[in-house]
Design a binder for this molecule. Structure first.
Ligand code: SIN
Length: 479
C-alpha cells in the first residue's frame, strides 16, 4: 500500500509531516494515513508536471502510447489487489470494485490507441499563394480533481486522454479514497511513464489545493467531478487565469418506463442503474417515471428483483449493496425518505438504515421503493445518492418528457420502449448529455460522457476527451 504522494517521480510526505486517516466506511477501521498536503506540495507537483511537459509532448505518439498500454495491462494483471484496496476504502462490493478496475483500465487502453490518431487538418486557402494547416497541440499541465465514488476509474478517465495527447497531470484524489489513487501512481511509474508526467497530491481539505491549481498559470486545464455547488466555485476561480475547465457535476437522472416497454428488460436496466455503488453515481436513476397502465406490474417485478439484493461489507461474498460513504450521505437519504413520506408517498420496500451485523457501521440503506412520489418532493429536486427508487406515474409521452426535463440537471436519462418512432422522438427530446434508450448501463470508454445545464460541460471518454485536452492552432503559410 502506498501512503506517500507521488511528485516528480519521488514518493514524498507533506512538508509539515502532517497526515490524515483513511477509513473503511463499513467499519470505521483506519486503513492508513496519507499526507495532508496543501499549497506548497501542490506548487511542487505543478513544477514537476511543468518540467516533464516539454519532454513528454515531444515524444512521438507511439512512444507515449506504449507506457499507457503497459499501464492498462498492469491494471488488468493486478485487478485483485487494486479492487480489494478500492473496496476497503470506498465500500463497494468486491465484484463491483473488480468491475471498476477493468472500467478504469479500458480508458487507459482506449487512450493509448487514440494517442496515435490526434490528427490536424488542412483547409483550402482563399488565395493561391497560401496554405492553411491546423495543428492540435496539448494544452499543457492538466489537473484532475476526482471523486470518491469511483476512486480508480474517474482518475484514468480524466488523465489517460490528457497523457495520450501529450499533457502532464497533477491529480488531487478525493480525501475519502486516496489509497486507490496512490496505487495507480505506483502502476504509472512501473509502466514507464517518465517522472513528473503523473503527480498525485493528497489532502484532507481540497480548498487550498484547488486554489493553488487555479492560481498557477501553468495549469492550463482543470477537470473536476463533483457537486454543482463546488463546480460554481471552480468556475469563479478559473476566471483568474482563464483556466480551461471540464465539469462533470451532479445529475438527476429520470428513468422512464413506457407501457410498450419490455418490462423485464426495464427492471434489469433499473437495477443496474440504480443499485450500482449503492446508488452513489452521478448517472444513477433518481426519478422513476412509469406509465399508469403498467405501473402495478412494474413495481411488483421490481420488488421481486430487489428481494435478491444483499446488503453487506466489501468482504462479504454475497454482498451486492455496500454502505454509503459517510454519515452525511446517510442523513441525506433519510431526509429524502422522510420528506417523501410526509408528502404522502408510501414505502413499498426497505426504508430503513441498518448495520447488517455486529462491528459494522449503521450506513447500510435498505433498497427502498417509494410510491406516489410527486414533483416538488426533495427526492425529485436533489440527487439522493443512495439506493432509493422514487416512483411517479404518468399518463402520456408528452407528460413523461416534460417531467423528465423538469430539472436544472442534464447528465443522464433513461427510457424503455419497444416503439421505434418513440425511441427516436424521446431520445431527441430529452435534455441530457447521456441517454440510455433501452440501456441502463450506457457508460463506456469510447463514448463522450458528460452533461448539459447544471450538470456541467466538457466530455470524458472517446476521441472527444482527447480533443478537450488539445488547443487548435492554425498556421497560415505564405508560399
Ligand atoms: C459518475 O458517477 O460520476 C460516473 C459514472 C460512470 O462513469 O458510469
Amino acid at each position: 500500500m502506498h501512503t506517500r504522494n507521488l511528485i516528480g517521480g519521488e514518493w514524498v510526505g507533506a512538508e509539515s509531516g502532517a497526515v490524515f486517516p483513511v477509513r473503511n466506511p463499513a467499519t470505521d477501521e483506519t486503513l492508513a494515513e496519507v499526507p495532508d498536503c496543501g499549497t506548497t506540495e501542490t506548487a511542487r507537483a505543478i513544477d514537476a508536471a511543468a518540467a516533464a511537459f516539454e519532454g513528454w509532448r515531444a515524444l512521438p505518439a507511439h512512444e507515449r502510447s506504449a507506457p499507457l498500454r503497459r499501464l492498462s495491462d498492469l491494471m488488468l494483471a493486478e485487478v485483485e489487489p487494486l479492487a480489494t484496496l478500492l473496496s476497503r476504502e470506498q465500500g463497494k462490493p468486491l465484484a463491483e470494485a473488480r468491475g471498476e478496475i477493468r472500467y478504469g483500465a479500458s480508458f487507459v487502453e482506449w487512450a493509448a490507441e487514440e494517442a496515435k490518431r490526434v490528427y490536424g487538418e488542412t483547409i483550402p486557402a482563399s488565395t493561391p499563394g497560401k496554405r492553411i494547416v491546423v495543428l492540435r497541440q496539448p494544452v499543457g499541465v492538466v489537473a484532475a480533481i476526482t471523486p470518491w465514488n469511483f476512486p480508480n476509474a474517474m482518475i484514468t478517465r480524466k488523465i489517460a486522454p490528457a497523457l495520450a495527447v501529450g499533457c502532464t497531470a497533477v491529480v488531487k484524489p478525493a480525501e475519502q479514497t486516496p489509497l486507490s489513487a496512490l496505487a495507480l501512481g505506483d502502476l504509472c511509474a512501473r509502466a514507464g511513464l517518465p517522472a513528473g508526467v503523473v503527480n498525485i497530491v493528497t489532502g484532507r481539505d481540497p480548498a487550498p489545493i484547488g486554489a493553488a491549481l487555479f492560481a498557477d498559470p501553468r495549469v492550463r486545464h482543470v477537470s473536476f467531478t463533483g457537486s454543482t455547488e463546488v463546480g460554481r466555485v471552480l468556475m469563479r476561480q478559473a476566471a483568474a487565469n482563464i483556466t480551461r475547465l471540464s465539469l462533470e457535476l451532479g445529475g438527476h437522472a429520470p428513468f422512464i418506463v413506457f407501457e410498450d416497454a419490455d418490462l423485464d428488460k426495464a427492471v434489469a436496466g433499473l437495477m443496474a442503474s440504480k443499485f450500482r455503488n449503492a446508488g452513489q453515481t452521478c448517472i444513477c436513476a433518481n426519478r422513476v417515471l412509469v406509465q399508469e397502465s403498467i405501473a402495478d406490474e412494474f413495481v411488483a417485478r421490481l420488488r421481486g428483483a430487489i428481494a435478491g439484493l444483499q446488503l453487506g461489507p466489501w468482504d462479504s461474498p454475497d454482498a451486492t449493496v455496500g454502505p454509503l460513504i459517510d454519515d452525511d450521505a446517510v442523513a441525506k437519504v433519510e431526509r429524502h425518505i422522510a420528506d417523501a413520506r410526509a408528502g404522502g408517498a408510501s414505502v413499498r420496500t426497505g426504508g430503513t438504515v441498518i448495520s447488517p451485523r455486529a462491528g459494522l457501521a449503521r450506513r447500510f440503506v435498505e433498497p427502498t421503493i417509494l410510491e406516489g412520489v410527486k414533483p416538488g418532493m426533495l427526492c425529485t429536486r436533489e440527487e439522493t445518492f443512495g439506493p432509493v427508487v422514487p416512483i411517479t406515474r404518468f399518463a402520456t409521452e408528452a407528460e413523461a418528457v416534460r417531467l423528465a426535463n423538469d430539472t436544472p440537471f442534464g447528465l443522464a436519462a433513461y427510457f424503455y420502449t419497444r416503439d421505434a418512432s418513440r425511441l427516436i422522438r424521446v431520445a431527441e427530446a430529452l435534455e441530457y448529455g447521456v441517454v440510455g434508450a433501452n440501456d441502463g448501463a450506457p457508460s463506456t470508454a469510447q463514448a463522450p460522457f458528460g452533461g448539459v445545464k447544471h450538470s456541467g460541460f466538457g466530455r470524458e471518454g472517446g476521441k472527444h476527451a482527447c480533443q478537450d485536452y488539445t488547443e487548435l492552432k492554425y498556421v497560415s503559410i505564405g508560399l
